[in-house]
Design a protein around this ligand. Structure first.
Ligand code: 2HG
Ligand code: ZN
Length: 468
């Protein structure tokens, strides 16, 4: 339904004149809702929200934005944690939420083509209808969109087996910063014809183009699985257990968290099967196709207990119990949200993890003695999430200032250990000041040049990733 209110801003009047059928929102509640993501740090202040229903409308909006000098913030499910989808400076939020359909499935190619606004969970369901899976998965599956997943190269809980979003993108349709429609790779398996602009779009955080359609690879469903929760005495034990179970079992996931995470998820309704408190926990999902797998799990478990690496453990006996165990890990972000956490999402090579961790542990224990610091993440990918919780009596600004001071120190450790300041959440606004701990000046200059080529007037998500 087209808008039925007068457009007082002349730029919006021009937009609705160009596209009379375009749905535009300007209510205060909508500006607030669409102008923020899960970071909750910036005050939303978009000009308006556009909800295009077709690629042509997206192109026309981009052309209008160039003519009028209006910045565009491409917007999916806004579950991002780095401020990549924040609109706080009079931008037009271009929400893909109405472009959320499955467009086609090809059984020979095993490719699913979708509009970018479709939720990750809807992609899972569509794949399932064809007896296949789209294996990228994480807790925000119900509300995040595939376009947003592509814009951040989202990882999640199954990267250890299936890799990041990038691995599953066979083709993209993208509207560039000057309104051209680019059809990238078209589902080809082999294509050695120059720069792969498809991969350039992955993790570009809406700064190079607006992803409007994606052609995704699907794969065979995994074998039946079980989930186990392990309690461990130390981080060293965690690394040992990871090496051990990886060599003995077919792992689908291997996730860790500390007791402070368990404290928050159980306060939020998850069930803790253990009577005692342990410093570290692992949720691991592994293939269980019968007798030999069961024997292998038992042997691995016994070995880890004998070595003193595991203090306690449970293995799921039903799907419901598996879901309960997963809730202890997947419920962490939501359970921490009321504490307005400052989030770190860092990675190093797995081999560098013990040294990086020793340094980071010492650093954070020294710098944050008064804060509740919650460690969890995807240890098998070398990816740690460190959430620092805001004390209730501390002003948000003071808290962020303090965390930013420590993040500067952390980024120094990352530089020394060859890591990344953003493993899977993106740079957005939150990590922009630390980009140079991960990318060299020459790389950043090249990124600026690429942006200039694809978005010459700098209208796409300006100020995200790096400053113009
Ligand atoms: C996860 O692994 C997500 O659960 C969110 O990447 C991490 O909340 C976070 O810091
Ligand atoms: Zn994560």
């Amino acid at each position: 339904m087209p808008h039925d209110f007068p457009m007082t801003d002349p730029r919006l009047a021009a937009l609705s004149q160009t596209l009379p059928g375009l749905r535009l929102l300007t209510d205060a509640a909508d500006l607030e809702h669409y102008g923020r993501d899960w970071t909750r740090r910036w005050t939303p202040a978009p000009l308006a929200i556009a909800l295009p229903a077709s690629v042509e409308e997206v192109q026309a909006i981009v052309r209008w934005a160039n003519d009028e000098g209006v910045a565009i913030v491409p917007s999916g499910g806004r579950t991002g944690l780095s401020g990549g989808a924040v609109a706080a400076n009079g931008e037009l939020v271009l929400s893909l939420q109405r472009m959320n359909k499955v467009l086609g499935f090809d059984a020979v190619d095993r490719l699913l083509t979708v509009q970018a606004g479709i939720a990750l969970e809807a992609v899972h369901n569509a794949a399932k209808e064809h007896g296949l899976v789209y294996p990228v998965d994480f807790a925000a599956r119900g509300s995040c969109s595939i376009g947003g997943n592509i814009a951040t190269n989202a990882g999640g809980i199954r990267v250890i087996r299936y890799g990041n979003t990038r691995e599953w993108v066979a083709g993209l349709k993208v509207v560039s910063g000057n309104g051209e429609l680019l059809e990238l790779n078209r589902g080809l398996v082999k294509n050695s014809s120059g720069y792969d602009l498809r991969h350039l779009m992955v993790a570009s955080e809406g700064t190079l183009g607006i992803v409007v359609e994606a052609t995704l690879k699907l794969t065979d469903p995994p074998p039946p699985t079980n989930v186990m929760l392990l309690a461990l005495p130390s981080f060293d034990a965690l690394m040992q257990v990871f090496a051990e179970v990886r060599s003995r079992l077919r792992l689908e996931a291997f996730e860790f968290f500390i007791d402070r995470a368990l404290h928050h998820t159980t306060a939020h309704g998850a069930q803790n099967p253990f009577d005692e408190i342990h410093p570290y926990y692992v949720v691991a999902e592994f293939a269980n196709q019968g007798e030999p797998d069961e024997a292998a799990v038992l042997a691995a478990f016994e070995h880890c207990v004998e070595q003193g690496w595991v203090s306690d453990g449970v293995i799921s006996q039903s799907e419901a119990q598996a879901a309960q165990l997963w809730r202890l890990r997947e419920g962490i972000t939501e359970s921490l949200a009321p504490h307005v956490p400052y989030k770190n999402d860092v990675s190093v090579r797995i081999s560098a993890m013990p040294a990086f961790l020793a340094e980071t542990h010492a650093l954070l224990a020294g710098e944050y003695p008064q804060f509740d610091v919650v460690w969890f993440g995807h240890i098998g990918d070398g990816n740690l999430h460190i959430n620092v919780l805001k004390p209730a009596d501390m002003a948000q600004q003071d808290f962020v200032r303090e965390c930013e001071r420590v993040t500067k120190l952390l980024s120094g450790a990352l530089l020394r250990h060859g890591g990344s300041i953003s493993a899977e959440h993106g740079i957005g606004l939150v990590k922009k000041p630390y980009l140079s701990s991960t990318r060299s000046d020459a790389e950043i200059a090249a990124m600026r040049g690429i942006k200039q080529a694809l978005d010459p007037n700098g209208i796409l998500n300006p100020g995200k990733l790096f400053d113009p």
